[in-house]
Design a protein around this ligand. Sequence first.
Ligand code: FMN
Length: 177
Amino acid sequence: MRKLSSPGEGWARVRPEWVALAVTMDDVHGRPNIITLGWTMHASGRPSMAAIAVGKTRYSHELLLKTREFVLAYPNSRMGEAALFCGTHSGRDVDKFAETDLEPLPAKLVRPPLIEGAVVNFECRVAGTADAGDHTIFIGEILMAHEEPDEREILLNFGPLPSGGRYLTGISEYMSR
Ligand SMILES: Cc1cc2nc3c(=O)[nH]c(=O)nc-3n(C[C@H](O)[C@H](O)[C@H](O)COP(=O)(O)O)c2cc1C
């Protein structure tokens, strides 16, 4: 084993990472907002819970603290461009549903919408938070789950490209390169 100069270098080797989109309600602008997340996990079986790590500077952080509910969507393999847009622009400045081809669908139990065509959408209510340095971990109880029966391939993050940006795609396209 060889010592790395930083933990970040180690994490850069833990690829691919699945990509998620968390949708929150923004009552100031009267619209939902979307944040792209790599740091998400299944956190409890009973009750069913998911955890997401959201940076304290993100607009979504503010919205999550205010509204305490979110939709956690796992985008399909063709949603890479939209995920990159949502991960590089803030809802403080832009309407991400209007600026991408992502389409909202009404959820059943929470105010933020589902994302049409995502492999799976979870409706979550914040059950707790944990301070984690520059991020807060929001633990969401999953109230309802929805699948898109014809979508089986989730979006993965294979890491930075030499040309800049990140390589977000599905496993089939990655393997066929
Ligand atoms: C592939 C990818 C993964 C990301 N993962 C996270 C994450 O896990 N947590 C986080 O806080 N930000 C993450 N980001 C950055 C946010 O998506 C980004 O700062 C976004 O513009 C915040 O939007 P908001 O200000 O509307 O909340 C990620 C971005 C990308 C492109």
